[in-house]
Design a protein around this ligand. Sequence first.
Ligand code: PBG
Length: 328
Amino acid sequence: MSQYPALRLRRSRASAWSRRLHAETVLTPADLIWPVFVTDGEDEEPIAALPGVSRWGLKGIVDRAREARDLGIPCLALFPNTPHALRTEDGREALNPDNLMCRAIRAIKDAVPEVGVLTDVALDPYTSHGHDGIVDAAGYVLNDETSAVLTEQALVQAQAGADIVAPSDMMDGRVGQIRSALEANGHVNVQIMAYAAKYASAFYGPFRDAVGSRGLLKGDKKTYQMDPANAEEALREVALDLAEGADSVMVKPGLPYLDIVTRVKSAFEVPVFAYQVSGEYAMIEAAAAVGAGDREALVLETLMAFKRAGCSGVLTYHAPLAARLLGA
Ligand code: PBG
């Protein structure tokens, strides 16, 4: 039975003030986490695969933290491009308390303590083979050996001042081990944001250029990252990470996996974040460059979609642009 003409849903859309009044979802700069790349080299190194994104030296990275603060972006996510000479089979540079990551954390926390610092816990920017963990002779990433190293890596980052450690490696059991180590060492307020449902995705290509691991990577990451065919398994991953002490969970990549965001949010009612990854950024930039869409509108629409799907926040390379558009 039609209720028309008594009911006209277009009525509330007829003017800008009314559309604003009826908006079910809001997007603000406080919803954004800005992933930034750190280099030991030049102060600014543009990344060809990510037009508009650069790696920054320590001075530049502190400037980015100030920029985030001024734009109302609450948190930066740091990724180091470790000098190739320091990359080894076992990725031991990850445990050096004076490595590039730790120096960047300290520089930011000294200069701009009010901005949150999220650090990536995984070995891929430190290994000579580009995998996230310790590999055996056949190239298989060993779970328990890797978790033990990641636990130390997370501690080293917490010691340097990280506010949130974010294991992105997909080893089983590592969240619980990291939580215990943080507690045992007095880091009770260091949060864990678990990359709980991270898929073996074709959308990570530009990131691997940015951290210098693309040319090194042997094979793929399908024995640890998830199969894009699976959703139930994502719920099991999230359940485990929460039971082990994760404060928040992440779904990655972003836009192609919004169904996972919504299922996780409705099943667990916990803070869910999504990572709009490098390939998604590059897709928007490429579309805008050929006139297939308006760049700013594409950026804001995709970020709004994450919020509508149930995200508490989004990691996005478009964070500074979006924050500017949202009029911090
Ligand atoms: C690896 C890591 C990756 C990203 C974040 N952490 C790449 C990978 O798993 O190969 C990808 C982020 C992006 O593509 O923007 N620990």
